[in-house]
Structure formats: C-alpha cells, structure tokens
Ligand binder design. Structure first.
Ligand code: NAD
Length: 261
C-alpha cells in the first residue's frame, strides 16, 4: 500500500481483533505497513490472528484484555506507546450482541434482563469510551492520530433484529464520535465511526451464518446479501490513513444500501 493509504511506520491498536470485523481491520492495517496491537478477551483467538498476520508478512502483537475493564485498556495503550513511541490509529471495535430484537418474545422490552443490559453497556459503550479516552491522551500530546469507533446501522435507526441494549449503545457511540471529534479537532486528531450492516462474523455465536438467519438479514439489504468481513477493509484503511485528512465526526454506513432505503 503506497501513498495516501500507506500506514508504513505507524502504530495501531484494534480492540476485538481476534475475530470478525476487528480481525479484518487489523489485517488491512498490517498489510498497509502498520505495527498492529490486537486486543481481545480471547487468548487463543488472538494467538491465531497474530500468527496469521505474521505469516502474511505483517507486524502484529497480542494484548489480552477485557475492554469493559477501563484500567486494562488504559494500561495496554500506555504500554504500547511506551514500547513503540507513538499511537497513530486506535480502533474501538470490540462489541457484543444484546440478544434478539422485539420480533422475538425474548427481545421485547419487558423481557430485557438487567444483568444483560448492564453487561452490554459495559462492553459496547463504556469499553468504547475508555478506548477512545485512552487513545486521546497520547494523540493529544503528539498532536496527531486517528480514532475509529465501530457502531452499527442499528445505532442510526431502529432495528427489529437487535436487542434494546445493542441499539442504545450503538446510537451512543455515534454521538461519542461527534463529541470527541469536536474536542480533538484542535489537536489534528480525527474521530470517525463505521456503521456496518450485516456481516458474516462470529457475533451472537455466529448466528448470522445460519442460512435462515442470513436470508432474513439479506432481505433487509438492497444489495440482497450479507457481507464478508474483508469488505470492511477499504473503509477502515481510509479512516486510519492520511487519505481521510479532512474527515472527522462522521459515522459512515457500510451496509449494502440499508440506510438509503
Ligand atoms: P465477532 O464476535 O466476530 O468479534 C468480536 C470480537 O470482540 C471477538 O474476538 C470477541 O472475543 C471480542 N470481544 C468481545 N467482548 C470483548 C471484551 N469485553 N473485551 C475484549 N474483546 C472482546 O463480532 P463482529 O461482528 O466482528 O463485531 C465487531 C464489531 O462490529 C462489534 O462492535 C459489533 O457490534 C459490530 N457490528 C457487527 C455487525 C455484524 O453484522 N457482524 C454489524 C454491525 C456492527
């Protein structure tokens, strides 16, 4: 990768990088020349992911952590900067499902479980905030950097297939992007969001891989199909690289046309 899309000499961290969209994003940043720290709660998945990136000629390291542990994400970010001297891109991607949407009885408002609500907020909202905060500390000091938060089309509109805590946290992430982008603009730090439609990953135990579920999601997409994780790579690299030097505060749908419908 050359020119405005090059990440040569840059240092990046991606949370939730052992699987799905986070892994695809870590792969493309490494392919573009960055040294990438892959942060995830899943140790075995991390080792596989880092091994695969190294085998493809990329530079990657594993960091096992739970993003809902604010101290852990702060410490891991400080440690990465201490080791590599800088932080150019942070991708707050780790996230979990909140179960089915209200079409299913289990997903209806009176069935929402307090424990699950709290856990989803801890990971999808507090974890994303702590990740942005940890990166901002270093990027403000170095007066440069790119922060990307992975939201969802379910944060831009109501979504029958997703649980309440999921849609609420994803919507909150969209405004965290705007709010932090405004503060950090003075430091030449850009903050943007990605709002994916349905992608074939391991979220919700890989439920989206079941043919009937995949078909249900595909029927909502104007392009008529769900996406492969590799299809996130172009947008992620755009937002992490010098190619997006005049973009900040936006969350971009990558959804086969869902938001245009
Ligand atoms: P995935 O399950 O394949 O990957 C998520 C990764 O995050 C896993 O490796 C998991 O171990 C890790 N993780 C989960 N909880 C964690 C925690 N507390 N701390 C650290 N790591 C943790 O799912 P995915 O679909 O790739 O999800 C990535 C992001 O994309 C999520 O934020 C998700 O909400 C968002 N998203 C996905 C879709 C989709 O259709 N797949 C659509 C819209 C948004």
């Amino acid at each position: 990768m050359t020119g405005r899309f090059s990440m040569a000499g840059k240092v990046a961290m991606v949370t939730g990088a052992a699987s799905g969209l986070g892994l695809a994003i870590a792969e493309v940043l490494a392919e573009a020349g960055a040294h990438v720290a892959l942060a995830d709660i899943d140790r075995e998945g991390l080792d596989r992911a880092v091994g695969a990136i190294a085998a493809a000629g990329g530079r990657a390291e594993p960091v096992q952590l739970d993003v809902s542990d604010r101290g852990a994400i702060r410490q891991a970010t400080d440690d990465l900067v201490a080791r590599r001297g800088r932080l150019d891109a942070m991708v707050a991607n780790a996230g979990v499902t909140a179960g089915p949407g209200y079409l299913t009885e289990l997903g209806q408002i009176n069935a929402v479980d307090d424990g699950q609500w709290d856990r989803v907020l801890q990971i999808n909202l507090t974890g994303v905030f702590a990740t942005i905060q940890a990166a901002a500390k270093h990027m403000k000091a170095q007066k440069s950097g790119r922060i990307i938060a992975v939201a969802s089309v379910a944060g831009l509109k109501s979504e029958v297939m997703c649980g309440y805590a999921y849609t609420a946290t994803k919507s909150a992430v969209v405004n965290l992007v705007r709010q932090s982008a405004m503060e950090l603009a003075a430091y030449d730090v850009m903050v943007n969001g990605i709002a994916p439609g349905p992608f074939r990953t391991n979220i919700a135990g890989g439920r989206i891989r079941q043919p009937d579920v995949a078909q249900q999601f595909a029927s909502m997409v104007p392009l008529g199909r769900i996406a492969d994780p590799d299809e996130i790579k172009g947008l992620a690299l755009l937002l992490a690289s010098p190619a997006s030097s005049f973009m900040t505060g936006v969350t971009i749908p990558i959804d086969g046309g869902i938001m245009a419908r």
